[in-house]
Design a protein around this ligand. Structure first.
Ligand code: GMT
Length: 380
């Protein structure tokens, strides 16, 4: 296959999933062209069979907001024509699915037939996609795709409900985790640095947007901190981080919070005891899956697609939504019960092994191959 993958490059699940899939399809011999405005944070640029194409944005003074969607569309057309690609796989519907649709129309006029796939990731449906300013066009663009995927049944159902897409049109393909990169590491070097006095290490990894409810990470940590010596590692960066820091000060736990910025999450996860993820709704929770793969149980809310990843009471604990006291209390109880905690660590890794990349990439590959090629090839 020769295909284009369009994604966001920024620190976040959709870019990570897209970059990982691009590399694994390239490893299987497919020619993959990744398009974004920067190199996605998890993409190795010099990967065999994989090329990265940057969308360059003009700065004509008439435009207060440069029209990224048009630049992206033009880039998709250019790459498909130059390299003979006939499939565009968009990650995150807005605006990628719209650009891909427009590119398909333009290329049809020039005698090239494009097939389109969109993987919905979460807020493209649950927050942004529902906004009146986007809703009609997003609905239309999703409906026009040749195939649609979502990482959880929960997100597929939300799309059926809010975007009137027939449920049989959405394939649920979960996120995968690299089980080599994300694995338990006893005596992880970061532990002594984070917790020199042997404190418990709690961790949260995200892009610190409002949907992550980072203030509840801090509230839960403050509850737990009253029960046992502990530190909280915050990995990543984003608009809510200053608020989290301020709240830590107000709750008297700032000295126990390590603000680490963006870095390779596995080094910190391997040094951690529990992962906190109190999001309003994760469509899946790739960060939680990466924690499980490192043997770190997840403490979060029974909301969104998280219960499809974390089994309550087995590989983590899921509290009722919006109850940080429950998160902190149950996390402290768990850490104080060593046999139960050790059992949960083993269950966390075992759970993550159900999301090994091989079979998940097989599913994407099959779906893409069924769409691509000539009508005659597909009929065989
Ligand atoms: O929808 C988003 O917020 C964007 C996306 C990202 O780029 O961070 O995150 C989503 O996609 C991930 C990969 O499929 C999922 O694991 C995350 O749960 C999901 N985030 C949300 O639904 C909030």
């Amino acid at each position: 296959m020769r295909l284009v993958i369009v994604c966001y490059p920024t620190y976040g699940g959709s870019g990570a999933v897209a970059a990982d899939l691009a590399q694994r399809l390239a490893d299987r011999g497919h020619e993959v062209h990744v398009i974004s405005y920067e190199v996605p944070f998890r993409l190795e640029v010099f990967h065999p069979n994989l090329l990265f194409h940057a969308v360059t944005i003009g700065d004509y003074p008439l435009f207060r907001h440069p029209p990224y969607t048009l630049h992206l569309t033009n880039k998709i057309i250019e790459v498909c024509e130059e390299f003979g690609c006939d499939i565009v796989h968009s990650h995150y519907a807005i605006p990628h699915a719209v650009s891909a649709l427009l590119a398909r129309q333009v290329l049809a006029e020039r005698g090239r037939r494009l097939r389109l796939v969109t993987t919905l990731h979460g807020t493209d449906i649950t927050l942004v996609g529902r906004e009146p300013g986007y809703h009609r066009l997003t609905s239309y663009a999703i409906a026009q795709q040749d195939a649609i995927t979502a990482p959880s049944r929960w997100l597929a159902e939300a799309t059926v409900r809010d975007f009137a897409i027939a449920s049989e049109r959405i394939a649920v393909i979960p996120n995968a985790v690299d089980l080599e990169r994300f694995r338990p590491l006893p005596e992880a070097p970061a532990r002594r640095w984070l917790a020199p006095r042997g404190e418990a290490v709690l961790v949260h990894v995200s892009n610190f947007r409002p949907v992550k409810r980072v203030e509840q990470v801090v509230e839960a940590f403050a509850v737990l901190r009253r029960r046992l010596p502990a530190v909280l590692a915050l990995v990543g960066d984003g608009p809510e981080l200053p608020k989290a820091e301020q709240l830590a000060r107000e709750l008297g736990v700032r000295d126990d919070v390590r603000i680490l910025g963006q870095q390779r999450p596995e080094a910190i996860l391997q040094a951690s005891d529990l992962f906190l993820l109190p999001s309003i709704a994760e469509s899946f929770g790739l960060a939680a899956l990466e924690a499980l793969a490192c043997g770190v149980p997840v403490i979060g809310y029974a909301a969104g697609g998280l219960p499809e990843v974390v089994e309550d009471g087995v590989s983590g604990i899921l509290c009722p939504v919006g109850e940080p006291v429950c998160l902190g209390t149950l996390a402290a109880n768990l850490l104080n019960d060593r046999p139960r905690y050790q059992q949960m660590r083993a269950a966390a890794r075992a759970r993550a092994e159900r999301f090994a990349p091989g079979p998940i990439v097989d599913r994407y590959e099959r779906l893409l191959m069924q769409l691509g090629g000539t009508d005659e090839q597909r009929a065989r």
